[in-house]
Design a binder for this molecule. Structure first.
Ligand code: UDP
Ligand code: MG
Length: 332
């Protein structure tokens, strides 16, 4: 059997606290997979430094000199988790048969990576890591996440519940993914749209190893909102519906006012007038705001700005060099 090249993509933003531990654990996993003949010994762990301001890149570079599994890509500035991830996937895809993405804090169980690879060998193109229970999360994060999945489903967005960005993708799935050029990137929504044969592997999520979560509430809300408005126009429909409803109500209120006017109670218009002005005003402002949100998205998309910029790429240089050396071996 031909051994397949695996690349594990790990986005890192100011992760100097967890890096030493992460590198050690992932290298052990790689080693085991190589020993079990599941992957090629030249398989890599690709750390994507998302413009960290601490020593993360320095650690990656230093480690790559001594650890054969470790390689890295450095983005020129902080581009956000999703963009760092796509940067890693796009860099890895050319020289990998399959790619696994995982967060640097290793909250996701690295011991199921073997199952991911086995599923890949069974012919699956996409393997989703799905959390069995969410008891390490705070009550708040759990309930909001649950609500989020429900809202998404109601709006017709196909998400795998309790799946974060811990997944395996085959090379052809990655090539399909890189044809989605949108700027407002929400990978969890896009990957199921690619199709291909896919399956799930269950695992338990752990606490963060060290360092702080880079997803405070504000970022989480904007992530959720982005997820919804990038995939669905249901919110705009809702606004239209509310607008329609308020027009109906004001017609009813108008008829009532007219009736009062005709039959002599002329002083009584003030309250209803005030109420309707505020009501309609509110609905209008809300609608304009929401429509503005979509126009903002269009504005961002039409600019077609690159999602990330790579400053240095140890991975591709190294792989290209390796291929060159290999080709020389054949000639001899
Ligand atoms: N991350 C990133 N760029 C950012 C924010 C986060 O690359 O701007 C990385 C981070 O280093 C980690 C992953 O994205 O590997 C997930 O972040 P975190 O663990 O803080 O999120 P949480 O698990 O709390 O949702
Ligand atoms: Mg985390």
């Amino acid at each position: 059997m031909k051994l397949s090249y695996l690349t594990i993509v790990v986005p890192c933003y100011n992760e100097e606290d967890v890096f030493p531990d992460t590198v050690q654990k992932l290298s052990t996993i790689m080693n085991n997979l190589v020993l079990e003949n599941l992957i090629h010994p030249q398989s890599k762990i690709l750390f994507v430094d998302d413009g960290s301001s601490d020593s993360t890149w320095h650690l990656i570079e230093t480690e790559s000199k001594t650890n054969n599994y470790v390689t890295g890509v450095k983005l020129s500035h902080n581009s956000g988790h999703q963009n760092a991830l796509i940067a890693g996937l796009e860099t890895a895809k050319e020289y990998s048969d399959c790619v696994i993405s995982i967060d640097a804090d290793l909250q996701d169980d690295i011991h199921v990576i073997k199952q991911f690879v086995e599923k890949f060998h069974d012919g699956y193109d996409i393997v989703y890591g799905v959390r069995q229970k969410r008891d390490t999360d705070t009550f708040f994060k759990r309930t909001t996440a649950h609500m989020f999945y429900q809202i998404m489903r109601k709006m017709g967005i196909d998400l795998i519940p309790d799946h974060a960005d811990f997944r395996l993708m085959s090379q052809r799935a990655l090539y399909a993914l890189s044809r989605y050029k949108e700027d407002n990137l929400f990978l969890r929504g896009i990957v199921p749209m690619i199709g291909f044969k896919s399956t799930c592997v269950l695992y338990d999520r752990k606490e963060r190893l060290a360092g702080k979560s880079k997803y405070p509430l504000k970022k989480m809300l904007s992530f959720a909102f982005d997820g919804i408005t990038s995939f669905s126009i249901t919110p705009i429909r809702l606004v239209t519906f509310i607008g329609f409803l308020s027009v109906l109500i004001s017609i009813a209120a108008g008829s009532y006012a007219l009736y009062q006017e005709l039959f002599g109670h002329t002083e009584s218009g003030w309250t209803s007038l005030m109420i309707s002005i505020w009501f309609i005003g509110g609905v209008q402002l809300m609608s304009i705001g929401l429509i503005g949100e979509y126009i903002g998205k269009i504005f961002k998309e039409v600019k077609r700005r690159p999602r990330y910029t790579i400053e240095s790429d140890l991975f591709s240089t190294e792989k290209a060099k390796q291929i060159f050396i290999d080709s020389r071996k054949v000639i001899k």
